[in-house]
Structure formats: C-alpha cells, structure tokens
Write a protein that binds this ligand. Sequence first.
Ligand SMILES: [Zn+2]
Ligand SMILES: [Zn+2]
Length: 299
Amino acid sequence: MYIDSTGARWFKGNLHTHTTNSDGRISPEDCVALFRKNGYDFLSLTDHWKLSETRIHENGMLLLSGTEYDFGRTVQEGIYHIVGIGYRGDPGVTRQDTPQNCIDKIHAAGGLADLAHPAWSMNSLDQLLPLRDVDYTEIFNSTSDLPRNCRPYSGETVDLLAARGIFWKTAAVDDCHWYEGDECRSFIWVRAEDCTEEAILSTMRRGDFYSSQGPRMSVTFDADAGIVSVDCPPEDDVKTAVYFTDTAWTGHRSDNAAGDAPLTHGEFALTGRETFVRVEVVDRAGRYAWGQTVKVKEG
Ligand SMILES: [Zn+2]
Ligand SMILES: [Zn+2]
C-alpha cells in the first residue's frame, strides 16, 4: 500500500496466479506467503477450472475468489481464457459453455470477468468484438514473456478495441506458474479506503486502478483544455512517458527525462482528432506502468 500526495490509499494486488492446485509449481500456502513478503495487499489464486475462496489469510492478505476457464484449442477457432474473480459460491461454468456464457455466469455470481492475455491467445478483433460485458483485459501478462513465452503485451489489442468504441479496463498480472521470474513482477494498484473485497471490486468496476511493474503515476484528463497529464514521484526515476491514441501520426507522442533527472511531469495536448488516449511510463530499470484508456470523444 502507498499513500499518494493527495492522501489517497492505493493497494497492490495480483489477480492471476497458478499453484499446485493446477499447473503452478508452488503450493497455495507458499504462493500467498511469497506475495505477502513482496508487499502485496490482495491476491487471487486462479487455478485452471479450480475454485478458490474469498477470505483473509492469517498473514493479513486479502484473498479474492478466482478461477481460470479456457475455451477453444486453435488460434483459428479462437482461444479464450477467462478469469473470474470475486464471485460468491460456484459460478457453475462448464466446458460446454461458450466464452460469453462463462462471462455471464461469473457476473451472475457477483464476480468480475477478465479476458486473459489476448496477445498470447492471438485473439483477432473478429473474435473479441462480439463479447459483451468483459470487465477488464490483461495489458501485460508476465508469464507470457521471455524466457518461456512471447507476446506478453496486449496494448495493441486494447487500442484497436478502443478505436472501435470498446473500452475494457486493463490490468497487468503475473499469471505465474513456474516461480522463476514470472512472479511478483506485474500488478495493479487499486485506489480504495480499505483493502476489503467490497472496496477492491467496486473500485475496479469504476476503473480507479492502474497497472505497474514498479513506477507509480497519476493521470489526469482536462477535457476543456484537451490536455492529458501524468505525474510521477521523483524517487520512481521515470525516464519516458508515452501517449497512445488512434491518430497514427502525431508530432509529439512522448516526454523524456532531461539528462539524469527523473521525469516527474508530462503533458499531451490533444489535436481534436483522437477518440481515446492512454498513458504508459517506463523507468530507468525498464519497468512499465500502464494507465486506463480514457475516452475522449465518440468515434
Ligand atoms: Zn491462460
Ligand atoms: Zn493463467
């Protein structure tokens, strides 16, 4: 948890985790202990087709219920991995369900539905556009990165969807399986009064959270002035801020630190042609933070 310059509290969590309950390499107990030791406030154990329960662990960690469901075997037919978190009871998803039924059942059980790692799944827009009510998708998935995998980053999918008016929220997750570098790496910061199930889920529904591997940031959008700003604490040593939009060409798309000084403030002036904007920052160690996509105007 950290407290920002306005006094708001931000809690740290990972919402996609595997253990020996499916194909992860360490036990649920060891997993919870590892994340707690690394400063996490909440965690969801999301083993394949195995339910986990919402509870407070004796070490203080808030555990949110979670499961990963998968449908489809080939890129051509569509591979859909859907992570449900924060549900009550058993959503009752079966292998005969469609991806949309799965999402609907997670919602009926009071949970949030995550369309996991679209870049790793090689989801096309044709496969994603028919889906309704996806709560968030994974802008970065640690275990999809090197050394065992590729395509960890789904920012392009997020942008292509936004350009078509689909604004799913975004979360970075570890999806850790092997615990040799895919753990405690990519996470979300959620703004809430307290780290309770109710507070975390309701804030996530509002979208008052962002993703990070280290750097902290605050993004503000002044609609009247047409300016998006980002502020980062100097101790986080941010090097570059990048502004993603649906204008393919723009004269200014990034702000960079001057010399060795950290970048603490960046601004992007909209040209009037953008329908959305989102901000990423990267620190000198190469760790990213990703803000939510902001809808600027109707496309
Ligand atoms: Zn998956
Ligand atoms: Zn997974």
